[in-house]
Design a protein around this ligand. Structure first.
Ligand code: NDP
Ligand code: MG
Ligand code: MG
Length: 330
């Protein structure tokens, strides 16, 4: 394991350089503002008719078209949604990159699967926070940082890693620690995590538990508290000090029941399916399906979103969170 901290960073490498952050969404806002507050020369590249332009200007950022930003940037840090990066790269970034420039990402998707293929004389780097943009900004303002990943896919200038680490320091990541990885490892593990464990796995588990209780005749509100609300409390205990800390904090009844029963929930069949999901990520099958989906205008995603919106747990949860003052806004 190779971990980098502030002491390992040579900030001078970006001293006379401009970092062009493309996009001002979750990551673009957080990273561009952290880097600017850290003293880096930052410009923000956006489309003129979009919503972000005014937000970035109001925040005092130096906003311009994607083409102009890519032209000015010695480093072009691409923080727009993964599924449109390839197109925007072709139309607005590719021709503006010059020998010795760096193209940088916070997710390896488009490089790893070959949707973006920069010329041989361009550095290809990654600096990726392990946390959503809101947390990247908030932790920075509080004087901390979220941990991150760094990777170099191509080192054309000999100092690509230094450049990526200096960006990581600007974003506040090297304060917590930045772990070295590769584009392949970051991309494949990130996709697997969000599908099987985090976004997909957790909501699937919560909802299956909720539906089991409701179908058995228990109050939906009780089912929500038990399967959804308490999830955060348990995960917080694990996040802070590991599984052992959680087992220590819950009752002996919960500890025995949890340890003895869990292999009946996550079964050999589940593990087998996890391996299959990982395989489809590694072969590029998932990526191909997502590209087809996007080319068709995202019909499947839109219908899945409607089904998700209609889930009973979503309606019960919204009502209950308001009644308990846990959710203040819609
Ligand atoms: P967002 O969906 O938040 O990005 C939205 C931004 O992209 C907006 O500023 C939007 O501007 C801009 N944008 C959209 N389309 C275009 C376009 N055609 N031309 C110019 N700008 C455009 O992205 P994320 O921050 O979620 O993700 C960015 C990258 O970071 C991805 O690679 C992602 O995988 C990675 N990442 C994201 C994390 C997260 O927490 N979200 C965590 C770690 C990595 P407008 O207002 O004009 O539409
Ligand atoms: Mg991801
Ligand atoms: Mg309990």
């Amino acid at each position: 394991m190779k971990m980098y901290y502030n002491k390992d960073v040579d900030a001078n490498v970006l001293k006379n350089k401009t970092v062009a952050v493309i996009g001002y969404g979750s990551q673009g806002l957080a990273q561009s503002r952290n880097m600017a507050d850290s003293g880096l020369n930052v410009v923000v590249g956006l489309r003129k008719n979009g919503n972000s332009w005014k937000a970035a200007s109001d925040a005092g950022m130096d906003v311009m078209s994607v083409e102009d930003a890519a032209e000015q940037g010695d480093v072009v840090h691409v923080l727009i949604p993964d599924e449109i990066q390839g197109k925007v790269y072709e139309t607005s970034i590719k021709d503006k990159l010059e020998e010795g420039n760096t193209i940088s990402f916070s997710h390896g998707y488009n490089i790893h699967y070959g949707y973006i293929k920069p010329a041989e004389n361009i550095n290809i780097t990654m600096i990726a926070p392990k946390g959503p943009g809101s947390m990247v900004r908030q932790q920075y303002l509080e004087g901390f940082g979220v941990p991150g990943l760094v990777a170099v896919e191509r080192d054309a200038t000999g100092d690509a890693l230094k450049i990526a680490l200096a960006m990581g320091q600007g974003a506040g990541l090297t304060k917590a620690g930045v772990l070295e990885t590769t584009f392949k490892e970051e991309t494949e593990t990130d996709l697997f995590g969000e599908q099987a464990v985090l976004c997909g796995g957790v909501t699937g588990l919560i909802n299956a538990g909720f539906q089991t209780l409701v179908e058995a005749g228990y109050q939906p509100e009780i089912a929500y508290f038990e399967t959804c609300h308490e999830m955060k409390l348990i995960v917080d205990l694990i996040y802070k000090k590991g599984f052992g800390n959680m087992w220590h904090d819950v009752s002996n009844t919960a500890e025995f029941g949890g340890l003895a029963i869990r292999d009946r929930i996550v079964t050999d069949e589940t593990r087998k399916e996890m391996k299959q999901v990982l395989k489809e990520i590694q072969t590029g099958e998932f990526t191909k399906e997502f590209a087809t989906e996007n080319n068709a205008g995202a019909p499947m995603l839109n219908s899945l979103r409607r089904i998700e919106d209609d889930l009973q747990i979503e309606k019960v949860g919204a009502k209950l969170r308001k009644a308990c003052g846990l959710q203040k806004e819609d």
